[in-house]
Design a protein around this ligand. Structure first.
Ligand code: GUN
Ligand code: ZN
Length: 680
């Protein structure tokens, strides 16, 4: 059983429930050698460990002890234990002496908490025939293992490993087939050779394609990834568990793990962290020690660094700042930076999971940030937006932009995609600026005012306080890639307008072609209109038309005396919505919910629940995932949602705790925190 507590993009903090206790994820399972283990990993922070069932099976003495006293006794660990099946030995030695059924039976007999079927880890870059053949066997064995466990009523959780080598369609196919099996965990296999070769970019492709079809309510384990340098990136892709033989293998080779890479003891001038070992000893102390003592101490350090990184990652997920951590970590090695850039190609996949608003601001840390889900989402929203006749592009100043509109301009340029549009005669009329009577009616009702800034490119002035368009920071000194990115979007977006007027600073910054005629800025008066603003926010949040539907009647807008921000919106004395101060999004009240319902066609803004729980929703009780029949595919966590029954009657409204994709996948846990119900 796996339960999700917090999310940030595809990353989640979860709880994996086992017969030997609960495990917080993301987490690391130190590999325990059933014969040679000397270090007590539990003492250094391990909540769960992994060991190899095949190695135990192959050794008469270990096998006997394990069958008699159980696995936990054998390895002296009373928390959850996962076992691997011997597939790794298979991949190294080409052959092993156990069948799939035998290894499943054996894992159950020794009392493992989570067992693994005998998958085939196919190396990278093999022929397609080989990868496909291996994958079919892996799938068949996974099916066999699951039905064996079910038929015999085994009290053991089971791993079904995704294989497919570096063939991305095979990874997808394998994951899709496995997802039908209802396994307890989905490890992603055969990435060790890629990790060893620093082929992190390929790891991203392999993992993201595997992820496309793995159910969201199940934990995923990135097998054989034990270096803390890659944890944050892997977690951002949706991985929940790691295993580490690295902590001891590196220690045996006198190597210290750090989040920035690996350091050999011979090159160590200073101890690399502030763990107990690093505080107590100097590099010279360690070099003078006998090997066994030294290995133990370095292994302790390695475990400490790994667990510390996982704590940091979990904290970042709670905060909503995981991507900032990933961007930081991926600067530790150029090939990790490649991987981060590659992850940008999956922005649409990640966007589906990205909460609509978060506690933390968006930090731009470099051009890679332009591919983050928040930016992709905003640009897609802009592309779908209804436009007016004219566009005025203002220069981004301090935030919120509308408060600090740059008044220093002398002129605005008329931007044209195609100067040839205008005849010589027409052009000549412009010599002293835009002539009166020229059809460039810059009035609020037919003009969109957008602010140009990095990284969100174009921000409608009325939305300048909506998350994350205001809640973001970027350096004041622009980088070329970001400018080009924003420029390209501006050029694309400007095509939708008859007339485009651009602030000279933007014309210069972007080196835009323009008609060298200007508009007197006096004609561009940005009038602040609160009603227009709340309508725009409603349209952005709920879809075009929502603003008109919500704000009819005798609208009164109440502002905070302290901050001057809009807080409550009424029709006569009846509250329609409130505006949340932190993200300027609209929170529905009963009247608002009814009005939104009246303009929401099909499943838009809705979650449909089973009629069997209708009365609970009407009583204002929260909605659990398993009762969801259907929902708006554009729903994201933190969205305001309407709760309807199977006849599409409005029952209640509330806040989505998970996105549409997860609503379809999850069978346990809360999905909507209901705010109010409509009693019959
Ligand atoms: N350990 C590291 N990689 C793998 C893999 O692909 N399969 C199994 N079973 N164990 C692994
Ligand atoms: Zn240390």
């Amino acid at each position: 059983m796996f339960e999700i507590k917090a999310k940030d993009g595809k990353a989640r903090v979860g709880v994996l429930k086992t017969n030997h206790g609960d495990v917080k994820t993301p987490n690391l399972m130190p590999v325990i050698h059933p014969r040679k283990q000397t270090i007590d990993v539990g003492k250094y922070g391990a909540d769960i460990v992994i060991t190899n069932a095949y190695l135990i099976y192959k050794n008469e003495d270990l096998k006997e002890k394990a069958l008699e006293n159980g696995l936990h006794d054998l390895i002296n660990f009373d928390g959850p234990v996962m076992t691997d099946s011997g597939s790794f030995q298979l991949s190294v030695y080409g052959d092993i002496e156990i069948t799939n059924k035998e290894v499943i039976e054996f894992q159950e007999a020794i009392g493992t908490d989570i067992g693994t079927s005998l998958d085939i880890p196919t190396a990278p870059y093999v022929t397609r025939e080989q990868a496909e053949g291996d994958m079919e066997i892996t799938l068949e064995r996974a099916r066999e293992a699951i039905s064996y466990v079910k038929d015999n009523d085994y009290d053991m959780m089971i791993n079904s490993v995704v294989q497919g080598s570096t063939f991305l369609d095979l990874r997808e196919k394998c994951a899709e087939e496995l997802s039908k099996l209802d396994a307890d965990l989905y490890p992603i296999g055969a990435v060790v050779p890629l990790m060893e070769q620093y082929q992190y970019k390929d790891v991203v492709d392999v993992v993201m394609h595997s992820m496309k079809h793995l159910p969201d309510d199940t934990a995923r384990h990135l097998m054989g990834a034990g270096h803390p340098m890659v944890f944050a990136l892997a977690v951002a892709m949706g991985c929940d568990l790691f295993d580490s033989a690295a902590y001891i293998l590196y220690a045996e080779d006198d190597r210290f793990l750090t989040t920035r890479g690996t350091i050999k003891l011979e090159n160590l001038n200073e101890m690399p962290c502030s763990c107990e070992v690093c505080c107590k000893y100097t590099p010279d102390d360690l070099r003078a020690m006998d090997k066994e003592e030294r290995v133990n101490l370095i292994a302790q350090h390695n475990l400490h660094v790994s667990f510390a990184e996982l704590r940091l990652i979990r904290q970042a997920i709670y905060e909503g700042s995981l991507m900032e951590l990933v961007e930081e970590r991926c600067r530790a090695h150029p090939l990790l930076l490649d991987a981060l850039r590659c992850l940008g190609d999956y922005s649409d996949d990640i966007e589906v999971y990205e909460p609509r608003s978060k506690k933390s601001a968006f930090f731009y840390t470099g051009p890679e940030s332009l591919k983050r889900a928040e930016v992709t989402r905003h640009l897609n929203k802009m592309r779908a937006r209804k436009t007016k006749k004219n566009l005025v592009v203002l220069a981004g100043n301090r935030k919120p932009y509308s408060k600090f509109i740059n008044k220093d301009y002398k002129k605005f340029y008329l931007y044209s995609l195609d100067e040839d549009n205008l005849t010589e005669e027409e052009l000549s009329k412009f010599e002293d600026g835009i002539p009166e009577g020229f059809d460039l009616n810059i009035k609020d009702e037919n003009t969109d005012y957008l602010v140009f800034d990095i990284p969100f490119c174009l921000i409608p002035l009325e939305l300048d306080e909506v998350y994350p368009l205001s809640q973001n920071e970027a350096p004041k000194i622009n980088d070329e890639i970001a400018v080009e990115f924003a420029r390209d979007f501006l050029v694309e977006y400007a095509e939708k307008y008859d007339n485009v007027l651009i602030h000279p600073r933007i014309v210069d910054l972007c080196e835009l072609d323009y008609i060298d005629l200007y508009v007197d800025p006096e004609r561009i008066k940005v009038r602040k209109n609160d009603l227009e603003k709340i309508k725009s926010i409603a349209d952005y949040q709920f879809g075009d038309g929502a603003g008109e539907a919500l704000f009819t009647g005798k609208i009164e807008i109440e502002k905070s005396k302290k901050t001057g921000k809009i807080r409550h919106i009424f029709d006569k004395k009846q509250n329609i919505v409130n505006m949340r101060a932190s993200d300027s999004l609209l929170i529905l009240s009963k009247l608002g919910a009814k009005r939104l319902y009246s303009c929401s066609e099909g499943m838009k803004n809705k979650v449909m629940i089973s009629n069997s729980v209708e009365s609970f929703a009407r009583d204002g009780k929260s909605v659990f995932s398993k009762f969801i029949v259907d929902c708006d595919e554009n729903m994201r966590s933190n969205d305001e949602v309407l709760i309807v029954n199977e006849e599409d009657e409005l029952l209640a409204f509330g806040k989505a705790l998970i996105g549409a994709k997860e609503m379809n996948d999850f069978s346990v846990g809360q999905a909507i925190k209901t705010r109010k119900g409509f009693k019959k």
